[in-house]
Write a protein that binds this ligand. Sequence first.
Ligand SMILES: Cc1cc2nc3c(=O)[nH]c(=O)nc-3n(C[C@H](O)[C@H](O)[C@H](O)COP(=O)(O)OP(=O)(O)OC[C@H]3O[C@@H](n4cnc5c(N)ncnc54)[C@H](O)[C@@H]3O)c2cc1C
Length: 191
Amino acid sequence: MHDALVIGGGVAGLQAAVFTAKAGLDTLVLSGGEPLVCSTDKIQNLVTHERLAGEDLVETGRERVREFGGEIEEKTVTSITREGSPGPLRATTESDTTHTGEAVVVATASGLDFLDPLDDELEFTDGREGQFTMEQHVETDEANRATENVYIAGLANTWEYQTAVAIGDGAKAGVNLVSDRRDEAHVDHDW
Ligand SMILES: Cc1cc2nc3c(=O)[nH]c(=O)nc-3n(C[C@H](O)[C@H](O)[C@H](O)COP(=O)(O)OP(=O)(O)OC[C@H]3O[C@@H](n4cnc5c(N)ncnc54)[C@H](O)[C@@H]3O)c2cc1C
């Protein structure tokens, strides 16, 4: 049983996992397929860099997750079910492995069919029309919560397409997951 299962290892999922792992939560990232940001080698809108390649961003993110004790497995999730009511969540993968988490962050951008078993609990909205936009997003509250112990981050949550937005949204999901679990505002100061 993991404290936090993160489905999707793009920038949003990795940022969420950095926060949960750094807070000491047992964190597993399941990610199958290449993150969208790897399609570009010249992101120029981040305050931290003049110019950055998406692949470098993902590689650094993966290193950060592991530095804080998180694990990353290359696996595509085919379904998420809930055990009990309310209870932990079980992710089944293409290779038929199962992974259980007290809480889940969904950060897969598109391909949200694996959430079908939670249909009764989730609401979806249509995406905006435009280049590169997603077909659907999962509705959340202001703290990225979609239902009990399920958080949504990045393009799975919002039509705003920029890398910085996805990173910020992942951060918000991770911080709120930790805060909810501890029932106090999570502070992450390195002093
Ligand atoms: C060509 C291109 C150029 C871009 N250029 C810029 C730019 O210059 N500046 C900028 O700010 N933004 C740019 N972006 C946008 C940026 O890439 C996205 O905003 C950002 O990557 C979204 O991050 P995400 O984590 O939400 O999704 P993603 O990066 O797509 O991450 C989701 C991950 O989850 C995986 N996944 C999906 N389904 C499953 C499943 N069922 N189980 C497990 N894993 C799954 C996916 O394969 C992927 O690895 C560009 C995007 C593209 C495509």
